[in-house]
Design a protein around this ligand. Structure first.
Ligand code: DC
Length: 224
């Protein structure tokens, strides 16, 4: 069994790369951001300020999250309902970032993430996978790119989904979210000491996939 941790800021291509690597290596891709997005979605639905730590913590007992894998895709069910792409909007990105700074939220989601990785070979992406969730991961990668390159990718992705957004707004929201995630007190989005740093500003998707697969094969190919 192997555990691969991919951390880094939004728009670095972590999820596209991890999804492809998982399918080529026959392991499970776990998108941990979806969990924070789902908590953010519930907080929004209940009209609670996502920065209000006590207000958000009080809602957690009402939340039942299930992570299901269907046809290689991960779906998060909130109290029995599959939220689908409703958690993928720019507004939900900001809600996810805000609630993710609350220690009670991180504690609430910790076991679910560790459980999946203890029972399956996984490639898990997020912000604190190599530092907090899976400190003993076989491979840790911190994937990043310039803010402009990342905003461009996120802009293209949102446009392809039919969401009407402006590049400048995507860039400024991305910078704000990065700063929140990097500077928070609990589990900040920083590289683990033993992470391999991968700047893919000038590397395309296929090149990034190849980079990760080569690294995994080199570090722990014998475990696959
Ligand atoms: O990866 P993403 O964009 O879907 O993540 C949404 C937010 O969730 C991100 O801004 C910070 C938070 N997050 C986190 O704090 N820790 C993780 N492991 C994954 C996401």
């Amino acid at each position: 069994m192997i555990n691969i941790a991919i951390d880094g800021p939004g728009g670095a291509g972590k999820s596209s790369v991890a999804k492809a690597v998982a399918s080529r290596l026959g392991i499970i891709y776990v998108d941990t951001g979806a969990l924070y997005r789902t908590v953010g979605y519930y907080v929004r639905k209940k009209n609670v300020d996502p920065h209000d730590a006590d207000g958000v913590a009080a809602l957690l007992p009402e939340i039942n999250l299930e992570i299901k894998f269907e046809d290689g895709c991960q779906w998060v069910y909130l109290n029995g309902e599959n939220l689908g792409d409703a958690i993928r909007t720019p507004e939900m990105s900001m809600y996810a970032s805000a609630v993710s700074a609350i220690p009670a939220v991180r504690a609430f989601l910790l076991d679910a993430q560790r459980n999946i990785a203890s029972k399956n070979s996984v490639i898990m992406d997020g912000r604190d996978i190599g530092t907090v969730i899976l400190p003993n991961a076989d491979v840790k990668i911190f994937m990043f790119a310039s803010p402009e390159a990342r905003a461009r990718r996120r802009f293209d992705e949102l446009q392809a989904k039919g969401q009407n957004v402006k590049f400048e707004d995507v860039l400024s929201e991305m910078n704000e979210r990065d700063s929140n995630d990097r500077n928070r007190a609990t589990a900040p989005a920083v590289p683990a000491e033993d992470a391999v740093m991968f700047d893919n500003s000038d590397v395309d998707l296929e090149g990034s996939i190849k980079y990760v697969i080569d690294l995994v094969l080199k570090k722990c190919g014998d475990k696959l």
